[in-house]
Write a protein that binds this ligand. Structure first.
Ligand SMILES: NC(=O)c1ccc[n+]([C@@H]2O[C@H](COP(=O)([O-])OP(=O)(O)OC[C@H]3O[C@@H](n4cnc5c(N)ncnc54)[C@H](O)[C@@H]3O)[C@@H](O)[C@H]2O)c1
Length: 280
């Protein structure tokens, strides 16, 4: 009698159907899982790049200033061995700013790592005044020169805080720690030709940074007297020689000159008229 093979075959077909259903379910589940993981990774990456990278609208010319964009409150910067804003840092700030002569000044020198700023800082210290420097060490020219000046100044007990004029919280903190009697404002974007390459740096330092400094100085008590450097370039297209302070200054020949010319106008017309100031 022939054996009935249809039953095991049916069973086999049924089993293979069940296996297919299972493997399809497994495939569906794993592709769902893979999709979710990929989505999560993409979100994490988007978040990471949003936080860590500057907006695309920033052009390459402002690159030298990128590392100064963060406020000192939102970053933990190190200066030498002291955490900025920490107890050791405040001690350095106070020590550097304390005058060593009776009725000596306590001077905040902006642009202290610069050509004029470093010499003025040394001269003031030599006279017995307290001096604290502020400089962003930008790379308009070789920053190693500025670092060498920083080293020289530190040998004379002058501390330079690394920071930008536009960092309001940092400036406010400095005035919280030290009641400066004077600000010698020498930090600026200098140079005539560099404006062709990086015009924004003139606006950032000579206009925005200047206004920020005035705003902070105006708000503190006691208010410091401000002394700042102008430039002979404000006489622009003048043909008179030698220059006189009475010469016209309304025909600047460069962006540098225009921003330098704007500084006293800003001081005069802005709501900071109560500040005592002298322009050099
Ligand atoms: N050197 C000259 O012949 C001359 C002539 C006329 C006027 N000046 C004026 O004297 C001042 C000093 O000139 P210098 O020759 O010493 O220039 P400098 O470039 O050597 O020094 C300026 C310093 O300011 C710093 N700085 C620039 N922008 C800053 C910012 N936003 N925040 C913090 N620090 C910043 C720079 O890193 C630099 O160390 C400037 O205001 C300049 O316009 C200079």
């Amino acid at each position: 009698m022939p054996t009935d093979t249809s039953k095991p075959m049916k069973l086999e077909r049924y089993n293979s159907y069940i296996r297919k259903v299972h493997s399809t379910k497994l495939l569906n589940a794993s592709s769902k899982f893979l999709f979710r993981v990929t989505l999560l990774i993409a979100l994490v990456l988007i978040l990471f790049f949003t936080i860590n990278y500057p907006p695309l609208s920033d052009n390459t010319h402002s690159a030298p200033h990128h590392h100064h964009r963060h406020s000192f409150l939102s970053t933990s910067l190190f200066s030498g061995s002291s955490l900025v804003g920490g107890a050791a840092w405040e001690k350095q700030v106070r020590h550097s700013s304390t005058p060593r002569r009776v009725n000596g000044f306590s001077v905040l020198v902006t642009g202290a790592a610069g050509f004029i700023g470093s010499h003025c800082s040394l001269a003031l210290k030599k006279r017995g005044d307290g001096v604290l420097g502020l400089d962003n060490f930008n790379d308009y020219y070789d920053p190693s020169l500025k670092r060498a000046r920083q080293n020289l100044l530190s040998k004379h007990q002058i501390f330079i805080v690394e920071g930008d004029l536009n960092d309001g919280p940092l400036l406010t903190k400095l005035f919280d720690v030290v009641p400066f009697t004077h600000v010698l404002h020498l930090a600026a974007q200098a140079g005539v030709r560099y404006a062709m390459q990086n015009p924004q740096s003139y606006v950032k330092s000579n206009i925005a940074g200047f206004v920020n400094l005035l705003e902070v100085a105006k708000a503190v008590n006691p208010q410091p007297a401000i002394v700042w450097a102008s430039s002979s370039s404000v006489y622009g297209l003048n043909t008179e020689n030698p220059f006189s302070e009475r010469d016209r200054t309304d025909r600047p020949a460069s962006l540098y000159a225009a921003t330098k010319k704007a500084e006293p106008k800003i001081k005069k017309r802005w709501r900071v008229t109560s500040l005592t100031s002298t322009t050099l």
